[in-house]
Ligand binder design. Structure first.
Ligand SMILES: Nc1ncnc2c1ncn2[C@@H]1O[C@H](COP(=O)(O)OP(=O)(O)OP(=O)(O)O)[C@@H](O)[C@H]1O
Ligand SMILES: [Mg+2]
Length: 251
């Protein structure tokens, strides 16, 4: 029996003025696997993410999520179907606390949201969920802390907590380890392994090759808006074309 792909990206094109950011890009995401989307700066990775989650419309092409055509769906509709994402540059409500931000991250038709709203969340199931989420990523902070008082690395962990708490069947992570120190990078590796054990389906954009090599089951390499290669990590990182795109032409 053929496994149903979680996500199908079909011939997506997206231009900004004269810049073809994504150019007939197609690939599929396998269920319960971590797929890494890699490629040089400006390859179109973030633009593709934005098209996948509905943040910007595609000029051409289709997105299927669990076999449903979601191409014309809004971000909100896709989120309700189970797409959850982090951002390359965190979009957080910096003057709100961790807890307030996490409450906002939960879907507003979620019972927990309304119970928290009516009871102000004290001792509620929502508190439990927030503490569990923060515990899972190892964010050791009081939930009443303002997000603006978190360090850069803590904000990354917080952004991940937010994406995880949003009920989902697909996680889209844009550069979760960029700019973090080696200790936090190791911790994020551990978190990714736990996500894999939990059977999460993840699409991960990441430049850190060591990180990608140790967590990804499948690699898709993007260059100039389209898929250059895809395959198992051990094969991709030996591929001369991929190496050339990353390191420049070799003699
Ligand atoms: N809103 C925009 N307006 C104009 N051009 C844009 C816009 N967003 C992206 N681009 C251009 O589209 C191309 C792809 O950008 P994108 O951010 O998708 O690349 P990326 O692969 O995510 O790069 P990086 O690894 O540096 O994050 C780049 O040339 C970029 O300048
Ligand atoms: Mg990017």
């Amino acid at each position: 029996m053929k496994l149903m792909p979680t996500l199908q990206i079909k011939n997506i094109c997206k231009s900004f003025g004269g810049v073809r950011a994504v150019n007939r890009c197609s690939f599929e995401l396998v269920d319960k696997k971590i797929t890494a989307l890699i490629g040089p700066n400006g390859a179109g990775k973030t633009t593709l993410f934005n098209v996948v989650n509905g943040f910007i419309p595609a000029d051409e092409g289709k997105i299927f999520f669990r076999e449903e055509d979601v191409t014309d769906f809004t971000v909100w509709q896709r989120s309700r179907l189970g797409m959850s994402r982090t951002f390359q540059l965190s979009r957080l409500f910096k003057n709100l606390t961790i807890k307030e931000n996490l409450i906002l991250a939960l879907r507003q038709d979620d019972d927990l949201f309304w119970r928290a709203f009516l009871k102000r969340g004290e001792g509620s199931e929502l508190n439990k969920k927030i503490v569990e989420g923060m515990g899972f990523v190892g964010l050791k902070k009081n939930p009443e802390t303002s997000v603006k008082d978190l360090s850069y690395g803590e904000q990354k962990l917080f952004d991940l907590t937010r994406a995880l708490l949003n009920p989902h069947s697909l996680l889209l992570l844009d550069e979760p380890v960029s700019g973090v120190n080696p200790v936090l990078r190791e911790k994020l590796k551990e978190i990714m392994r736990h996500l894999k054990e939990k059977g999460e389906t993840v699409l991960l954009i990441e430049h850190d090759i060591d990180f990608v090599r140790s967590v990804a089951d499948w690699i898709v390499v993007m260059d100039q808006g389209r898929v250059l290669k895809e395959g198992l990590p051990e094969k991709i990182f030996k591929d001369p074309e991929v190496l050339e795109v990353y390191l420049g032409p070799t003699e």
